[in-house]
Design a protein around this ligand. Sequence first.
Ligand SMILES: Nc1ncnc2c1ncn2[C@@H]1O[C@H](COP(=O)(O)OP(=O)(O)OP(=O)(O)O)[C@@H](O)[C@H]1O
Ligand SMILES: [Mg+2]
Length: 374
Amino acid sequence: MKKVGILGGGQLGRMLLQAAANYPVETFVMENDSECPAANLCHHFAKGDITKFEDVYAFGKGLDALTIEIESVNEAALEKLEAEGVLIYPKPAALKIIKNKILQKQFYKAQEIPTSEFVVTTSREALLQLTDFLPAAHKIGLGGYDGKGVELLRTSEDFSRGFDAPAILEKLVTIKKEIAVIIAVSNSGEIRLYPPVDMVFDSRLNLLDYQISPADLPQNLLWKVEAIARKVVKDLQSPGIFAVELFIDDKDNVLVNETAPRVHNSGHHTIEANYCSQFDMLWRIILGYPLGNTNHIFPAAIVNLLGADGFTGPAYYEGLQEVLQIENAFVHIYGKKETKPGRKMGHVTILSREKQELIHQANRVKFGLIVKSQ
Ligand SMILES: Nc1ncnc2c1ncn2[C@@H]1O[C@H](COP(=O)(O)OP(=O)(O)OP(=O)(O)O)[C@@H](O)[C@H]1O
Ligand SMILES: [Mg+2]
């Protein structure tokens, strides 16, 4: 049986392990917190720091393959492990490009992949020279996630919110729609796309509000989205699962926002709504089985369950009884001990052929299931 490790033990690791239970594979997880969401679902748990060379190297040595559930892992250790024959998903070379938003944007430019115009900034002070570039999004090079590490700057008064570290300043896009495409790439380079999803955002938290699969796109835009997303993964030259986030602007230009080289929040509905889920698919890739069917069985909506404002501490799920009575809703609680405002604590997928029904039930969940602390 192949031995496969996951760096990081959050909800993505947890859902990967739920899918792993159907395959002949021995699973290993490394994470700092031995009470993390994935700790009890793997065969072997190792406590360790995914950003430390020694920890990642010791964990990966002797495994057949390794994957990640977060980008901020020690890539030098992954490079060494790869050189010693451990298969890494995604390849460290691809991870290196994506992990740093500066390198990622430069990669799009070099490959002629459409993306919003940008400049690199090295300090907050450097922003002062860039008033002409406003309005813009300032994005920290390393370490951003879930909207943290992104500041929308409209006037020079907003420069105080800019990052005092290497970052990119990119022109603000007039967004008509945000789309995400999950893509599977096999070891031999075969590519399969999942149907694109519509992402609807909470502008205050800069976090996903809900999303609908498949996205409502006219054929010409669907082709553009698919062609561009396909080019991104082709140029990254790595097997694995990728999520390409794109903007459609007011003139119907399709621009790549960013890419994640791993399973992604925008693909959670694939567990119930598609023949082969993104998690199932990653195991097929890692274990060298044929790629699965990405088609959807049912249209779906996903609502993220975020920790409610004003509550920090042991999590309590108010309204869970009611939501579990919605017949077309599938509840996923991630098992995080502590909630805090905005923390991703779970998600609910709703299936229906009627878009109105999807949105209706998504709102019932969003307002009816509240993560508080006792
Ligand atoms: N150039 C831009 N123009 C307009 N809005 C933008 C721009 N860049 C980012 N945004 C908005 O900010 C959100 C978060 O940005 P981005 O996806 O780059 O950050 P992130 O922290 O990596 O997010 P996540 O981890 O949630 O995917 C985007 O989904 C979009 O709504
Ligand atoms: Mg994003």
